[in-house]
Design a protein around this ligand. Structure first.
Ligand code: ADP
Ligand code: MG
Ligand code: ZN
Length: 626
């Protein structure tokens, strides 16, 4: 929470609000309670009661008589009556005659005690409850409905983030560009002396989970300066004007603590371009304007650096990006093979591992994974080791963890019927065999028909031998063939098809379509750009830049690619039917085949064939180019 010792105006206001509210509640409660406890009666009724001997005691105060009746039934117990004190010279005599005890109101401490019991105690309790209740409410609603003036609610300040650059692996370029900021925070005077305009802010851009937040903390940790962080969405308040007030507050706090780092996470929540949406969001616009004004206004020579993170840089308002604001962009992209290995190394520290663990293998198995995924994999592996009563993590734990992340947990209780098992096995082997027999494909790592929680009844895992940054047209065509290989195997073997290929179909279509619309890989459209990806870092939808007529031609071209690939994989499998059957049987028997087992079967089969006739033509990798 915010460690600001100053009792600032906001806090005072906040205190008064709650105080008044509590006092009101207590006042009403006291009135109500005293109404319950005591009841007014007329003086004449009082005299009647004396005569009827209904009274046990009377306390005489300055202006009223408090009457304690003899308790007659259970419900009446504790109820006190009172009446106003009227000049009645005979009262004492009447009381004496009726043998009723009387006296003044017992005085010891009552005023003080009454005050304490009726006011102070409830006040404390109610203030406490309000605090608790509203605090919860605020948290639940994300932003405070009732947080009057509670501007500092979502600002987190840490004097020591405890994170260093060495905790952030695989982001060397990003770190390099941030080193300068660290240095600047260290020796701002040197920069001032030479007359350099100091950087005000840097924008960390990249997909979710790549370590943007972590990097920002690491900058603060390296520079040993306080770290103020707030999420962009926390600015967007329910009450108009609150967001702007928060921005003002944030910068005020930061300047008091300079040198320091202010980090605005998910800045796209407020930094969205102002033009373009007709409806407009006044509150957000105000907040953004305030942010721009503050960024211009503060004196960077005092050593306040503003970092912000986003995974949607394209929606940001241009004004945020111009020089003097977030003039630097630091790309925090998905880590490559080496980066992934380094990240795994960072996270495996503190985890007991057996000597057989090879993180390079795991890094190879996780193309496209970001830091958050990798951290998760290590943790899953450790959990699995504990579950299996081991004291150290083995390679198999890590491998299983990768699969859990990719495909969900194993579902051992889902029993496939023998028929289904056959269908799934042939389907998977179809993928694998097409992959093995085509030239431009990644090697098969594993084939399994153990169902997983994420819906797959089986799957084939391919692993690239090395990180790829470019895909050729041939590779993409072959990839599509592999994706369609599952269904093709069902067709050539059973002459019947199942629903099991829906995901394959979706993926294959996506690749085929992108060949047409984005990569200029068809003759029909040559190098015409038809779609562009709007949101590079989230799996955003493409923007379509074509007419309705073109749309139908695109569909045709996509279909052409798919048809061709489908035919190709069917041909491959028909030509290698024997092998398809052998491997599928093996898979049904063992449920999981590793890549080398799989290749072993193929090799063995091929050698046997070679020994006999020279009919091995079908097995030569490149024999099916169409
Ligand atoms: P982002 O802000 O980019 O969405 P985070 O910084 O919140 O991602 O990363 C989430 C978690 O993933 C971190 O707390 C860390 O454990 C792990 N992580 C992500 N990237 C890295 C990295 N490059 N090196 C080490 N750990 C990482
Ligand atoms: Mg983040
Ligand atoms: Zn499939």
């Amino acid at each position: 929470m915010f460690n600001n010792k100053k009792f600032n105006r906001n806090k005072l206001r906040y205190f008064i609000y709650y105080g008044l509210l509590a006092a009101m509640i207590i006042f009403i409660a006291n009135e109500y309670m005293s109404g319950l406890k005591s009841q007014h009666i007329k003086y004449s009724d009082f005299i009647n009661d004396i005569n009827q001997n209904k009274i046990s005691e009377v306390q005489i105060s300055r202006d009223k008589l408090i009457i304690i009746p003899k308790s007659q039934d259970e419900t009446d117990r504790g109820k006190v009556l009172y009446t106003e004190r009227i000049e009645d010279p005979n009262l004492i005599e009447k009381l004496n005659n009726a043998k009723i005890q009387y006296g003044g109101v017992p005085q010891e401490n009552t005023v003080l005690k009454g005050f304490f019991v009726n006011w102070v105690l409830p006040f404390i309790i109610i203030a406490f409850l309000l605090q608790l209740f509203l605090g919860k409410l605020n948290k639940k609603m994300g932003s405070g409905v009732m947080s009057f003036g509670k501007n500092t609610a979502k600002i987190y300040a840490e004097n020591e983030t405890g994170v260093n650059f060495k905790d952030v692996a695989g982001q060397e370029e990003a770190k390099e560009s941030l080193v300068e900021i660290v240095d600047f925070l260290h020796n701002s005077q040197r920069y001032v002396d030479i007359g350099a305009r100091l950087p005000k802010g840097a924008l960390l851009v990249g997909p979710p989970g790549t370590g943007k937040t972590l990097l920002a903390k690491a900058v603060a940790g390296e520079a040993k300066v306080p770290f103020f962080s707030i999420s962009g969405s926390a600015f967007v308040e329910m009450f108009v004007g609150m967001g702007a007030a928060r921005v003002r507050d944030l910068f005020q706090q930061a300047q008091e603590k300079a040198p320091c780092i202010v980090f605005i996470d998910e800045i796209d929540a407020i930094g969205k371009s102002r033009d373009g949406n007709i409806a407009g969001n006044d509150e957000r616009e105000q907040t953004l304007n305030q942010l721009l004004a503050e960024m211009d206004g503060f004196d960077s020579s005092r050593g306040v650096v503003i970092l912000a993170a986003t995974n949607r840089p394209e929606v940001l308002d241009k004004a945020l990006l111009r020089p003097g604001r977030f003039d630097r962009r630091v790309i925090v992209d998905r880590p490559d093979l080496k980066g992934r290995e380094d990240i795994l190394k960072v996270h495996i520290k503190g985890v007991k591992v057996s000597p057989d663990v090879d993180l390079n293998d795991i890094a190879k198995a996780t193309p496209g994974a970001v830091g958050a995924d990798l951290a998760n994999i290590i943790n899953e592996a450790a959990l699995r080791a504990v579950k299996n009563h081991r004291v150290e993590v083995r390679q198999e734990d890590l491998e299983e963890a990768v699969e859990v992340i990719v495909a969900g947990k194993e579902k051992k209780d889902r029993i496939l019927s023998p028929g289904e098992k056959q269908q799934v096995a042939f389907h998977e082997v179809g993928h694998a065999l097409v992959a093995a027999l085509l030239k431009h494909t990644d090697p098969v790592h594993k084939i399994t028909i153990v169902p997983r929680t994420m819906g797959a009844l089986g799957y084939t895992m391919q692993l690239p031998e090395e990180e790829k940054y470019l895909n050729t047209k041939e590779e993409m065509m072959d990839q599509i063939c592999v994706m369609l290989g599952g269904r093709s195997a069902e067709e050539v073997r059973f002459n019947s098809i199942s629903t099991g290929a829906s995901n394959d179909i979706e993926r294959a279509t996506r690749v085929a379509r992108s060949m047409v619309t984005m990569y200029g890989m068809t003759e029909r459209f040559d190098m015409m750009g038809l779609e562009s990806i709007q949101n590079k870092y989230l799996d955003g939808r493409p923007i379509q830049n074509y007419s309705a007529e073109t749309a139908s031609i695109i569909d045709e071209e996509t279909l052409k690619i798919i048809r061709k690939s489908h035919e190709k994989s069917k041909t491959i499998l028909k030509d290698n039917m024997e092998l398809l059957v052998i491997i599928s049987k093996k898979l049904i028997e063992k449920e999981t085949l590793m890549g080398d087992e799989f290749m072993g079967i193929i090799r063995e089969y091929k050698e046997k064939k070679d020994g006999g006739a020279s009919d091995s033509e079908a097995l030569l990798p490149d024999s099916h180019n169409i």
